[in-house]
Design a protein around this ligand. Structure first.
Ligand code: SF4
Length: 370
C-alpha cells in the first residue's frame, strides 16, 4: 500500500518512535510481535488435567520465561525471520495456557470488572449480552486512527460492557450487537491475515469493546501466521485476570481514559469503581507494551474529568513513553440529548483549556491525532 506523505512523516516522527519503541520495532525492524514469543515457550504439562489454580501457577512461571525471551529479542536485535528459525511455535505453549485459562474463566465470566459469574460457554449472557460467540461488524484498513497507527487493521466487535449514554457506535455496541458476522478463532485469524497482507500496521481490536471476546481473540493468535503488532483498543474495564492474560500478547495499548471521577462514570457510562479499575489497568499495561491514551473532551467536564485525567497521567505514567490523544470530536449522539451538560459539542475555549493544561503538565499530545 502507498502511504500518504503525512503518514510517512508520522512514521519518522522521532517523538513517536521514542515513545512507541516496541511497536515501531515490530513495524519497521520486523521484530516478532509478542504473540510469537508467547507461542515459542514450551509447556510440558497436560493442560486439561490442571485445575484453574494450577493453570495460573503454571502461567506465572511461564511469564518469567516470556520476560526473559522478550528481553533477549530486544537485546540481541532478533528479527522475526531469525526468531521463527530459532524458536518454532510449541504445542502446547504459553499461549495455549492463556487460552485454556480464558476458556475456564468463560464458565464463570470475569473478563471484566462486572464479574457477572455466568457460564457463557453454556449460552448464558452477562451484562455485555454475549455468550461464548463473537460477532464482527466490520474489519477494514482504518485511516482515521492516530498518526502512528494508520493504516490500522481494525476489527469492530459487537456489544459492550459499558452503557455510555453518548456512545458514537451505539448501533453495534448497544442496539444491534449480534448483527455482525459470527466468527470463530480461525476465521478471526484469517481476517487479521487479510488485513496484514493489505498493508495494516497493526491489528486493532475494538468494538463496542473487545474484552468480552478475549477467549476468541487469544485463540485466534494461535492460528495467525503473519507477524503483526496486536493493539488493544478498549474502555480498559478489564479484570485483573484478563489483564494478566493480555499483557504478554498485546504490543500496543489504546485505552480510553474518559472520566476523572466515579460519579461521572456512573452517570454517563453506568459503571462502578471506574477510576480504581482503569488506573490499575493503565499501570499494569504500561509496563508491558507501548501506549496511546485517548481522552475525549466532554463539554462541561473540563474540571471534573479532563484535568484530573491529564493530571493522573502526568503524575503516574512515564511522560516520555506515553502519548495522549486529546480528542475534540465529541458530538451529542444516542441518548446524549437527555443530559443537559453533554448536549452540545465542546467549545473552542474548553478545548484550548484542555490543550494548555496538557502542555503545562508536559504531556506528549501534539500531532498525534489526524
Ligand atoms: S465480559 Fe464482563 S460483562 Fe460480559 S459476562 Fe463477562 S464479566 Fe460480565
Amino acid at each position: 500500500m502507498v502511504l500518504r506523505p503525512d503518514a510517512v512523516e508520522a512514521i519518522h516522527n522521532e517523538t513517536f518512535r521514542r515513545a512507541l519503541k516496541w511497536y515501531y520495532a515490530v513495524l519497521l525492524e520486523n521484530y516478532p510481535a509478542k504473540f510469537w514469543i508467547a507461542r515459542a515457550i514450551e509447556v510440558n504439562e497436560k493442560l486439561e488435567s490442571l485445575d484453574l489454580e494450577g493453570l495460573w501457577s503454571l502461567h506465572d512461571e511461564l511469564a518469567k520465561e516470556f520476560e526473559s525471551l522478550w528481553s533477549e529479542v530486544r537485546r540481541e536485535d532478533i528479527t522475526y525471520g531469525r526468531f521463527v528459525s530459532m524458536y518454532r511455535p510449541r504445542e502446547p505453549s504459553f499461549l495455549d495456557v492463556k487460552i485454556e485459562i480464558a476458556k475456564r474463566i468463560l464458565k464463570s465470566c470475569r473478563f471484566c470488572e462486572w464479574r457477572c459469574g455466568v457460564d457463557r460457554s453454556s449460552g448464558m449472557r452477562g451484562f455485555c449480552r454475549l455468550d461464548h460467540r463473537s460477532y464482527v461488524h466490520s474489519w477494514f484498513l482504518h485511516v482515521g486512527e492516530e498518526a502512528p497507527l494508520v493504516p490500522s487493521g481494525t476489527i469492530f466487535y459487537g456489544s459492550c460492557n459499558f452503557r455510555c449514554v453518548y456512545c458514537q457506535n451505539w448501533d453495534i455496541s448497544q442496539e444491534h450487537p449480534f448483527d455482525g458476522v459470527e466468527v470463530d478463532p480461525r476465521r478471526l485469524a484469517l481476517m487479521q491475515k487479510e488485513l496484514a497482507l493489505r498493508g495494516a500496521r497493526n491489528i486493532n481490536h475494538v468494538g463496542g469493546d473487545p474484552t468480552p471476546n478475549l477467549h476468541n481473540i487469544l485463540e485466534s493468535l494461535k492460528y495467525l501466521d503473519v507477524n503483526i503488532a496486536q493493539l488493544w483498543n478498549s474502555n480498559f474495564y478489564m479484570s485483573e485476570e484478563a489483564m494478566k492474560l493480555l499483557i504478554h500478547v498485546i504490543d500496543i495499548w489504546l485505552p480510553d481514559f474518559k472520566y476523572g471521577n466515579n460519579e461521572c462514570a456512573e452517570r454517563l457510562s453506568k459503571v462502578r469503581n471506574y477510576l480504581e479499575i482503569v488506573t490499575r489497568n493503565l499501570l499494569m499495561a504500561v509496563n508491558h507494551g507501548d501506549m496511546i491514551i485517548r481522552h475525549l473532551v466532554l463539554p462541561n467536564h473540563i474540571e471534573c474529568c479532563t484535568k484530573p485525567v491529564l493530571r493522573w497521567i502526568a503524575e503516574n505514567l512515564p511522560k516520555d513513553r506515553v502519548l495522549v490523544n486529546i480528542m475534540d470530536q465529541y458530538r451529542p449522539e444516542y441518548h446524549a440529548y437527555q443530559y443537559r451538560d453533554i448536549a452540545r459539542r465542546p467549545s473552542a475555549k474548553e478545548l484550548e483549556e484542555a490543550y494548555s493544561y496538557a502542555d503545562s503538565l508536559g504531556i506528549l499530545w501534539r500531532d498525534i491525532s489526524r
